[in-house]
Write a protein that binds this ligand. Structure first.
Ligand code: AMP
Length: 593
C-alpha cells in the first residue's frame, strides 16, 4: 500500500472537477477518477470521495449543506467587497452561482494579503462546520465561514465551492462510477467491482468503502458488515406480466405476498432507539413518531433491522387507503394532525438482522420465521399477508383478494435455498405482479346498507363501517359489493347507530346474500350514494358472483360516501347488479406497464 502523505491542495481537486465536467463519457470520467484517487493521500480519501459525490458524509446521515443562494452571495460580497446588488444582477445574467463567484474573485475590490493556498483538509473541515452550524446565529456563522474560504480561493476554487455549498455541484458522477474507479485504483482491476458493490449495498458509505479497500485491499471488504443504524440498499423487484410466468420462473412453489401501496420503510432498532429509512436511504424517522412508538411496543429483539411497507389503512373496514393519504406526512405542516387523520400502519415483510446475526445471506423462509419470532403483531404493526402456493389458479384468487382490499397486486418471492436478501439488486427472486386491466369508476352508485361492523379505536361506540349491497331484480335479493367506512362526517358517524336503530335485526335478512359475517344486520332499507375508484374482481363479495369469473364477484375499491342519503329511494330502487356488471365491462382499460 502507498505511503500516507497527508497534504493535498484544493486546487488539485478542482482541476479534476473541471476535467470531469468536460466529458460526458463514463469511461473517460472513470479514468479521471482513477487518476485522482491514486494521487489522493489515504487519510484524505474518504473526504475526497464524499466531496466528489457532492456530499460531506454518506447520504444516509442526512446533514445537508443546501445553503440558500442569497446567503452564499452575501459571503461573496463579504469576501470580495463587491456590492450585493451587483452580484445579484450578475447572477440574473449568468444563471450559475459558480460563474458569479469566479467573476467576483476576478473583480475583487479588496485583496487579502494573507491569502494562502487552500487544502482539501481545511476546506472539508470548514464545510463540515458550516453544515453543522445551528441556532439563532447560524446564518451569520455560515456566511463568515464561506467568505473566509472564498478570501483564500482562486477563481476556479470559488466556482466549485459556491456550487458545492448551494447544492449545485453536478458532476454527474454516480456511486457505481466511483466504485468502478476505486476497484481499478486500489485492486488493479475492474473485475473486483462486484466485491466493492456488495460491500456498498450492505453498508452504503462510499468513504468507508474507499478507505477500507485502500488500506486493506479486497480482503478488507469482507470486514464491511451490516450495521444497525446504517441502512442497507433495498432489495428490489423485477416485473412479469402474468402469474403463470412467475411460477415458471420460480419453480413449483412460490411465496406470494400482498404488494402494499405505501412507503417503503427500513426500520433499525437498537436498544430502545429506533430509526426509519426510506428506499432512497433518507432518514424519515421524524415524520413518523407514531410508527416509532408502535415499533417499540411490537419488536421483541434488542437489535433488529426490519423491512416493510407503511400504508394508510382503515382499521374498521380492513381496507387500505390510497397512497396519497400517507403523503400528507411529508408536508411540513403539523405531523400531529396528519397522525390523527391518516394513521400509519406498517406491514413488515423481511428481517435482515437480529441481535448480532446478519440474516441477509439466509433463505427467505428462515428470515420469515425470525420475523414472526421477534414481532408481536398489534393494531398498527402487522406481518405482511402471504401464502405459499403451488398453482397459478390459487394465486389468481389471492391476487383478486389483494386488489380488492386496496393493494397494488402481489409480489412473488422465491423460497429456494439461494433466496438470500439481495441488497440493492433488482433480480428475479422477487417479482411484482400488477394488474394489466383496470375499470375506472366515473359515476356514483346508490347502495343499500345491509349490515354494519362495530367501530374500534376512535370509532368505538359507533359503527366502523357499513356492509353495502346492490339489488338483483331477477331474484329479488341484495348482494354485497363493499364495506363503506370513508366519507362520513364526524356527526354522521356518531349518529349511525341512531339512524339504523329501527332496521336492526338479529340475523342476516333472508334477502341478503353475503359471504361476510357482519356484526349487526339490517332489514335492507337505507340507500346511500357511494363513489369509488374502480370496480374490481373480488373473491369476498357476492355481486356478480360467477358471472364474470368463477368463484369471483365484483367489489368497489376505495369506496366513499358522497354525503347524500337517498331517503327518496327504496331499497329496490338501488343500483342493480346488472348495472354494475355493465359498468365493469364498459370501463375496462389497459393499464400502462
Ligand atoms: P415498485 O416500486 O413498483 O418497483 O415495487 C417495489 C416496491 O413495492 C418496494 O420497494 C416496496 O416499497 C413495495 N412493496 C409493497 N409490498 C411489498 C412486499 N410485500 N414485499 C416487498 N416490497 C413490497
Amino acid at each position: 500500500m502507498r505511503r500516507c502523505v497527508s497534504k493535498m491542495e484544493f486546487r488539485f481537486l478542482v482541476d479534476y472537477y473541471e476535467k470531469i465536467e468536460g466529458t460526458t463519457k463514463r469511461l473517460e470520467m472513470t479514468d479521471y477518477l482513477v487518476d485522482l484517487f491514486k494521487k489522493t493521500p489515504i487519510n484524505l480519501l474518504d473526504k475526497v470521495v464524499y466531496l466528489t459525490s457532492a456530499n460531506l458524509y454518506p447520504e444516509f446521515v442526512g446533514v445537508e449543506l443546501g445553503m440558500a443562494d442569497k446567503l452564499a452571495l452575501k459571503a461573496v460580497s463579504l469576501a470580495t467587497g463587491l456590492k450585493i446588488r451587483e452580484l445579484e444582477k450578475m447572477y440574473q445574467e449568468r444563471g450559475d452561482i459558480g460563474i458569479v463567484g469566479e467573476e467576483a474573485i476576478e473583480k475583487k475590490v479588496q485583496t487579502s494579503f494573507f491569502a494562502k493556498p487552500l487544502t482539501v483538509k481545511e476546506v472539508y473541515e470548514k464545510l463540515d462546520k458550516l453544515a453543522r452550524a445551528s441556532g439563532p446565529s447560524s446564518m451569520d456563522m455560515k456566511i463568515r465561514i464561506l467568505s473566509g474560504l472564498l478570501s483564500d480561493a482562486t477563481k476556479k476554487e470559488a466556482r466549485y465551492l459556491l456550487r458545492f455549498v448551494t447544492g449545485k455541484l453536478r458532476l454527474g458522477i454516480r456511486a457505481m462510477t466511483i466504485i468502478d474507479a476505486l476497484a481499478i485504483a486500489y485492486t488493479g482491476s475492474k473485475e473486483n467491482r462486484g466485491l466493492l458493490e456488495r460491500a456498498y449495498n450492505i453498508h452504503p458509505d462510499l468513504g468507508l468503502i474507499a478507505r477500507t479497500v485502500a488500506e486493506k485491499g479486497v480482503k478488507g471488504l469482507e470486514e464491511v458488515r451490516v450495521e444497525v443504524g446504517v441502512p442497507l440498499m433495498s432489495m428490489l423487484c423485477q416485473r412479469i406480466p402474468t402469474i403463470e410466468e412467475a411460477f415458471e420462473k420460480m419453480g413449483g412453489k412460490v411465496l406470494l405476498e400482498y404488494k402494499y401501496d405505501g412507503e417503503r420503510m427500513q426500520c433499525h432498532i437498537s436498544h430502545g432507539k429506533i430509526k426509519i429509512f426510506s428506499r432512497r436511504l433518507e432518514d424519515i424517522t421524524n415524520p413518523y413518531p407514531d410508527v416509532v412508538k408502535h415499533l417499540s411496543e411490537s419488536v421483541l429483539a434488542e437489535e433488529a433491522i426490519l423491512d416493510g411497507e407503511c400504508v394508510a389503512f382503515n382499521q374498521d373496514t380492513g381496507e387500505f387507503l390510497p397512497f396519497q393519504e400517507l403523503m400528507h406526512r411529508r408536508r411540513k405542516y403539523d405531523v400531529e394532525e396528519a397522525i390523527k387523520k391518516y394513521p400509519a400502519y406498517l406491514f413488515l415483510f423481511d428481517c435482515l438482522y437480529v441481535n448480532g446475526e446478519d440474516l441477509t445471506l439466509k433463505p427467505l423462509l428462515y428470515r420469515k420465521e425470525k420475523l414472526k419470532e421477534i414481532v408481536k403483531e398489534t393494531d398498527y404493526i402487522k406481518l405482511a399477508r402471504y401464502k405459499v402456493l403451488s398453482s397459478p389458479e390459487e394465486a389468481h384468487l389471492f391476487f383478486d383478494e389483494a386488489i380488492e382490499s386496496g393493494c397494488e397486486g402481489l409480489i412473488a418471492k422465491s423460497i429456494e435455498e439461494n433466496s438470500i436478501y439481495r441488497a440493492g439488486v433488482r433480480g428475479w427472486s422477487w417479482i411484482k405482479l400488477k394488474r394489466t386491466y383496470q375499470s375506472k369508476m366515473i359515476e356514483p352508485v346508490d347502495l343499500v346498507a345491509v349490515g354494519a361492523f362495530a367501530g374500534r379505536g376512535r370509532r368505538a361506540g359507533t359503527y366502523g363501517a357499513l356492509l353495502m349491497a346492490v339489488y338483483d331484480q331477477k331474484r329479488d335479493v341484495f348482494k354485497t359489493i363493499c364495506k363503506l367506512g370513508s366519507g362520513f362526517t364526524d356527526e354522521d358517524l356518531n349518529n349511525l347507530p341512531n339512524i339504523f336503530r329501527q332496521y336492526v335485526i338479529d340475523h342476516r335478512h333472508p334477502s341478503v346474500e353475503s359471504k361476510i359475517d357482519a356484526d349487526i344486520w339490517f332489514t335492507p332499507s337505507v340507500v346511500l350514494e357511494v363513489i369509488g375508484d374502480e370496480i374490481t374482481l373480488s373473491p369476498t363479495h357476492t355481486c356478480g358472483l360467477d358471472l364474470i369469473k368463477k368463484e369471483t364477484g365484483l367489489a368497489i375499491r376505495f369506496p366513499r360516501f358522497t354525503g347524500r342519503w337517498r331517503w327518496d329511494k327504496s331499497s329496490q330502487e338501488a343500483t342493480t347488479e346488472d348495472e354494475i356488471i355493465e359498468m365493469y365491462n364498459a370501463q375496462l382499460k389497459t393499464v400502462q406497464a
